[in-house]
Design a protein around this ligand. Structure first.
Ligand SMILES: [Fe+2]
Length: 313
């Protein structure tokens, strides 16, 4: 087992202030640090659950952050990732705010992952309406089996459910899925997701999306089949699809979950009725061309500034 928790997503954005403001105003995130052109945001006591990286040229997602148990797991990943069809993007590095050390790797079809350990805890946030945590990502790939082998043998995910031949769900902890894999003509990010406590919380996000930005959700609220979670989707400031989830199924202990194979029917992916809208099916955020090793914003020794209340705190 390598991955022990979904960490975050890193997104490249042309206007960092505007992207941060959207996350704070609409979703309730709080900025904890800004170093070297990267903003770190959280919604709990962890240093970050989201990274926004200023980049006027390379639009897209930079990496998917996966937490591992410690340095030994990073060493294990250096062996397992290449054997599972991935590529190491440099060596283990340190100096990035909020974590001890990390290793960038590239999986099949160009998806980029940052394995990291030593997340800084103890952030104290004011009362506010915000997610419980960063929860999962959904990635699009052309060849599902090749990517799934990498996910299982390179990153240590375990199989949850499948709707053949279009999608599968994988877990790395007690959540039903930390990663979903969707068959697509293009390799890209389908969406990233936050966890919330209940349906009312999803409604409050929709209210703020309308009040703060004059926009409406793209799909939902409704309830998915695999994972049995309530969902609401909208686009973030830069067009990436973000999902808000509640009541995601919890996995039994000791690996006792029996994977399910769901029929390809509209009411399986949407229990409250109807197929996904085409604007959801077609949505995708590109993979930004990755660098190798220590990123320029891992400048080392940067202390987090005190978290300030979001406008909706
Ligand atoms: Fe999702």
């Amino acid at each position: 087992m390598i991955t022990t928790r979904m960490g975050h997503v890193g997104l490249r954005v042309p206007d960092l202030d505007a992207a941060v403001a959207f996350q704070c105003d609409v979703i309730g995130m709080v900025e904890t640090a800004r170093v070297g052109g990267a903003a770190y945001l959280t919604c709990n006591d962890r240093h970050h659950e989201l990274i926004l990286i200023a980049d006027p040229v390379r639009r897209g997602y930079d990496h998917i952050g996966l937490e591992v148990a410690g340095p030994a797991a990073l060493d294990a990943a250096r062996r397992r990732v290449p054997a599972a069809g991935g590529t190491l993007l440099g060596d283990v590095y340190d100096g990035e705010p909020g974590i001890d050390r990390a290793l960038l790797v590239r999986g099949p079809e160009g998806h980029v992952f940052k394995l990291f350990c030593g997340m800084e805890r103890g952030v104290r946030l004011p009362d506010g309406d915000r997610p419980l945590k960063f929860e999962h990502v959904s990635v699009k790939v052309r060849r599902m089996r090749r990517f799934e082998r990498f996910l299982e043998h390179g990153l240590g995910f375990r199989f949850s459910d499948r709707i053949a031949p279009i999608a599968s769900w994988w877990h790395c902890d007690a959540d039903h899925h930390g990663m979903a894999v969707v068959r697509s003509p293009t390799a890209e990010l389908s969406h990233y997701a936050y966890a919330w406590p209940d349906l009312n919380a999803l409604g409050r996000v929709a209210d703020r999306l309308k009040a703060e930005r004059g926009r409406t959700p793209l799909w939902g609220p409704s309830r998915h089949g695999p994972g049995n979670n309530l969902f609401l989707y909208h686009r973030d400031h830069d067009g990436a699809l973000v999902e808000h989830c509640a009541e995601l199924q919890r996995m039994p202990p000791h690996g006792d979950y029996v994977p399910r194979r769901w029929p390809l029917l509209p009411d399986q992916i949407n229990q409250w009725g109807g197929p996904p809208p085409l604007r959801f099916v077609w949505a995708g955020h590109p993979i930004a061309p990755p660098g190798t090793g220590r990123p320029p914003w891992a400048v080392g020794g940067a202390s987090s500034r005190t978290a300030e209340p979001a406008r909706h705190a």
